[in-house]
Design a protein around this ligand. Structure first.
Ligand code: SF4
Length: 364
């Protein structure tokens, strides 16, 4: 654990926090993009070490949270069909659809299974040739290479009973959407280190330049996050608009090019709806036409879904940095991890779940 303890060193954490306090002279609003970073900030109380001038708002980088309600409802419709084995990461089972979740489909007799990798779903398909096996392919740039690989493997195996329900989303178009909104409050971004480990950060300089907003590639441990904040604050205080890398042990400018190659082989850009936010142009990846045979949406013809979102849930505003979870009237009352009204209260990367778990004296 040596490597981890270095990045959780209390003396270093306090030294960087002191440097931030020394550097800041006026208010700044920073957004950490990734829900994993939000949880680390809450878990270690990093926001409480910052001077009052620095406000952290929480971004849309939680794949479970932004998977559109329409796709959740499609997953429920597919999983309910006889002869289907529906496979998914565990977080998705409790995400509320319009009227129910995957757990309730399973309780009603549906064959819904938790897997740890899309390749597990491939194995299930090989062992069950008389069933249709569907994998719920959600996530940002981080999970896309493995999901693309599963499609390539199914193709090379000639599997006709495997398909993917694709809900891939991309970070840069979401940054454009947030920054171009008239309500935007974000003045600097902490970019998600694991996304950049795959994609590099070559897509960010045009965004930083267009909106005059600095971006710092940031990791997930307390020292990483505070270092990212310090570098962002220095750029803001000096009036510099640039992209810097505070996660050099993992991220290069170009990223993982073989992984990018696999993604581009299987997926192409498409418009994508984000839960609570709406349609963001070119913000998703969909299967290329040559892999359409593996598209669960086409295989199961579930295009007549009319989703109905909770009228109370403000998760969309939280994911754009416009509100905080504890500003939601349902937080901790009508909405809890046991009885969630929105995905941000369910996901292990959701901002509402982080506030519930680490703040307000509440426990999951
Ligand atoms: S507390 Fe619940 S209802 Fe409120 S925004 Fe979060 S998930 Fe939605």
């Amino acid at each position: 654990m040596k490597h981890l303890s270095e990045y959780r060193d209390a003396h270093l954490v306090h030294a960087i926090a002191a440097e931030i306090r020394k550097t800041v002279t006026r208010p700044w609003v920073l957004m950490e993009i990734c829900g994993g970073q939000t949880h680390a900030i809450m878990r270690y109380g990093l926001d409480q070490l910052l001077p009052p001038e620095i406000e952290l708002v929480h971004g849309p980088g939680c794949p479970v949270c932004v998977t559109s309600l329409e796709l959740i409802d499609k997953s429920l419709a597919i999983a309910s069909q006889p002869g289907v084995i529906f496979t998914s990461y565990g977080d998705m089972l409790r995400v509320p659809g319009s009227h129910r979740d995957l757990f309730s489909v399973r309780a009603a007799g549906g064959d819904v299974r938790v897997v740890y990798s899309p390749l597990d779903a491939i194995q299930i398909a090989q062992k069950n040739p008389d069933k249709q096996v569907v994998f719920f392919a959600i996530g940002f740039e981080t999970t896309a290479p493995a999901n693309a690989m599963s499609v390539l493997q199914a193709h090379s195996l000639g599997l006709e009973n495997f398909s993917v329900l694709v809900s891939h989303v991309r970070v840069p178009p979401a940054m454009h959407a947030i920054l171009s909104s008239p309500q935007n409050r974000v003045q600097g971004f902490l970019a998600a280190g694991h996304v950049c480990a795959v994609m590099g950060y070559w897509e960010y300089p045009p965004i930083a330049k267009k909106y005059a907003v600095p971006v710092v590639v940031t990791g997930f441990e307390p020292v990483d996050i505070l270092q990212g904040i310090l570098m962002t604050v220095r750029l803001l205080e000096n009036g510099q608009v640039s992209v810097e890398n505070a996660y050099k042990r993992t991220v290069t400018f170009e990223g993982n090019q073989p992984a990018q190659g696999v993604i581009n082989q299987v997926f192409m850009e498409c418009d994508r709806k984000w839960r609570g936010i709406g349609m963001i142009p070119a913000s998703g990846w969909c299967l290329r036409p040559e892999y359409a045979a593996f598209d669960a949406e086409q295989r199961f013809q579930v295009n007549q879904i009319q989703p109905a979102e909770s009228p109370i849930c403000i998760a969309g505003q939280i994911l754009q940095g416009l509100k905080k979870p504890d500003q939601c009237p349902a937080f901790g009352g009508e909405c809890t991890p046991q009885n969630p009204l929105g995905a941000t209260m369910v996901s292990s990367e959701g901002a509402c779940a982080a506030y519930y778990r680490y703040r307000a004296g509440l426990q999951v």
